[in-house]
Design a protein around this ligand. Structure first.
Ligand SMILES: [Ca+2]
Ligand SMILES: [Ca+2]
Length: 94
């Protein structure tokens, strides 16, 4: 009984970090994109992105983040750019 408890505690401890990451990212990129791409042109404009950052209380960083994510500097964020940026970041605060 005691041994079982230790093993399950260990399993819980090992699975906890993975679970925490999943928990912080319960929406897929597609879902997030659909939510904030309000004019449905398939890109996030700076205004659309600013709204997204505002929802996360990060409006002060919006222009910096936008420039960071907008890899080809065409003034809009494609899904691929978003995905690349997310892949580069370990902690997902989006
Ligand atoms: Ca758009
Ligand atoms: Ca771009």
């Amino acid at each position: 009984m005691k041994k079982t408890l230790i093993i399950s505690s260990l399993a819980l401890a090992l699975s906890a970090p993975a679970f925490a990451n999943d928990h912080g990212d319960h929406m897929s990129i597609d879902q997030k994109y659909a939510k904030y791409d309000t004019n449905k042109d398939g890109f996030l404009s700076e205004a659309e992105f600013a709204k997204k950052m505002d929802d996360h209380d990060k409006s002060a960083e919006a222009d910096v983040k936008f420039a960071e994510i907008d890899d080809n500097s065409d003034g809009k964020i494609s899904k691929a750019e978003m995905q690349d940026w997310k892949n580069d970041k370990d902690d997902d605060d989006m």
